[in-house]
Design a protein around this ligand. Structure first.
Ligand SMILES: CC(C)(COP(=O)(O)OP(=O)(O)OC[C@H]1O[C@@H](n2cnc3c(N)ncnc32)[C@H](O)[C@@H]1OP(=O)(O)O)[C@@H](O)C(=O)NCCC(=O)NCCS
Length: 151
């Protein structure tokens, strides 16, 4: 059975391992530690089953908007709806905490992620050119009115 909960300091090693496996430019342990636990404006949730944590989502809140900073699922657990479940959980938490919109940047060549976000109701609203420093741009995506969708 899967469960989603807020990340604990004891999850850091597993999050770091997933980060190295899932991202082209993974963050260091120090950066993850600071981002997950160093700011009252950031919150990370993990998804786990009987084998342990296999994915996470990280958000930063700015006034009434939440910025998705990280989302990943271990390769062997993909295409089973787990990222969607993390997004649903995070959206509900953000709406309960007064946020009205979710936003993120995603590599323009990351089609799996772009498809995922589109299937979850995000729409592309712009491009940050050469955002990743290798010529690749970032697609800026938004999902607005998440409070309205709840009522
Ligand atoms: C992107 C990622 C989080 C998706 O996780 P996931 O658990 O496989 O996603 P879901 O099972 O919830 O997928 C939901 C929908 O998204 C789309 N999708 C997800 N992966 C896809 C892929 N590889 N190709 C095409 N569409 C995909 C599909 O519409 C899918 O629905 P379907 O399986 O019924 O067709 C995962 O591939 C990952 O961790 N990638 C590496 C890290 C990353 O790129 N993170 C995003 C950075 S912004």
């Amino acid at each position: 059975m899967t469960r989603i909960r807020q990340a604990l300091i004891s999850d850091l090693d597993k999050i770091y391992k997933l980060e190295q496996e899932c991202f082209i430019s993974p963050w260091t342990m120090e950066l993850l530690l600071l981002d997950i636990f160093g700011s009252e404006f950031n919150v990370y949730y993990v998804i786990e089953d009987e084998d342990g944590v296999f994915g996470y989502i990280g958000l930063n809140t700015i006034l009434d908007e939440a910025h998705i900073r990280k989302l990943c699922i271990a390769e062997e657990k993909r295409r089973k709806g787990h990222a969607t479940a993390l997004l649903q959980f995070a959206e509900k938490k953000m709406a309960e905490n007064g946020m009205y919109a979710l936003t993120l940047e995603v590599r323009e060549h990351n089609q799996p992620a772009i498809r995922l976000y589109e299937s979850f109701g995000f729409t592309p609203e712009g491009i940050r050119k050469d955002y990743y420093g290798n010529g690749e741009g970032a697609v800026i995506m938004w999902k607005r009115d998440i409070q309205c969708r709840k009522s």
